[in-house]
Ligand binder design. Structure first.
Ligand SMILES: [Zn+2]
Length: 286
């Protein structure tokens, strides 16, 4: 009897070691300070009424039980902290966005808050190369950096209407700081660890090579982290965002994410939604 019990417990141990690994991700949602307050119509010109919003600048820490730690977006550059915005970003972007970032809000400090270090991060995925999303890729020299290849091209040479002057919405110094790092330049959707747990979803439109992320949590629930494919609930409700590289691509990507939500029963989490962050931010999703 004892032997049978021992074998059974060994088997259970083996099973525990194998099966949950494919399905035990945790996601921590944090922010690189806040933007605002400003009128929502400055971002979403199709929104029918003026209202002031103060929004998060979302960054995500994903823990995979066997493959390691992933950071999805690195927020505003550290140089923007503590009221020094205009020393690094253009005055126009500082005046409109009104970043409140403190040094303690920056991604390296956010990792420390959850017991991790910059060098623990195996993969840095950037949704796109804008100033509030790829601002600190330079802090991760040891990581593999995952971008859509087209996005890197656009980051270095954006269309003039997207702001080619620098520092604009693409800040050359952010990209320059990481120019010689290791990049995995992808084209389309990609299963990051090959086990279906962390999937990169191509969602162009906001920029030419924007990408979102789908994470299967340990609970079995699925999160879709839209980043700027959908800034906030109002975009998901049908109000088209401004600042797009392509409105058609933006609409196709918005629909793609909303069909995933509806068909898979996934939850959409947005990059810049104050209400969602107030309830879901600064905590682990398991
Ligand atoms: Zn953004």
């Amino acid at each position: 009897m004892k032997k049978i019990a021992l074998v059974a417990s060994l088997l259970a141990g083996l099973m525990a070691g194998v099966s949950p690994a494919a399905n035990a991700q945790e996601v921590y949602w944090t922010t690189s300070g806040m933007f605002g307050p400003f009128n929502i119509q400055g971002l979403i010109p199709t929104y029918p009424t003026a209202k002031d919003i103060t929004i998060p600048v979302s960054m995500w820490i994903i823990k995979h039980p066997t493959k390691g730690v992933v950071v999805f977006d690195t927020g505003n550059n550290v140089a923007v902290s503590d009221g020094k915005c205009k020393e690094y970003w253009s005055a126009g972007n500082c005046d409109f966005l009104k970043p409140s970032q403190k040094r303690s809000d920056v991604i390296d400090k956010q990792l420390e808050k959850v017991g991790l270090k910059v060098d623990d991060v195996k993969v840095v995925v950037s949704s796109h190369s804008h100033l509030d999303h790829a601002g600190n890729i330079g802090m991760f020299p040891k990581a593999v950096h995952v971008f859509q290849k087209k996005e890197l091209y656009q980051g270095w040479w954006p269309e003039k209407f997207q702001g080619r002057e620098t520092p604009g919405t693409f800040v050359m110094a952010d990209l320059m700081a990481a120019r010689n790092y290791t990049y995995y330049e992808i084209d389309g959707d990609y299963d990051l660890f090959g086990d279906g747990t962390v999937k990169i979803i191509s969602t162009p439109g906001h920029t030419i090579g924007h990408q979102s992320m789908k994470v299967k949590l340990g609970s079995g629930n699925t999160l879709i982290i839209t980043q700027d494919a959908l800034w906030m609930q109002e975009n998901a409700d049908g109000y088209v965002a401004g600042l797009n590289y392509s409105v058609k691509d933006w609409s196709d990507s918005a629909n793609k994410l909303k069909f995933m939500r509806d068909l898979e029963g996934a939850k959409l989490l947005f990059s810049h939604d104050a209400g969602q962050f107030a309830t879901g931010g600064n905590k682990w999703h398991k």
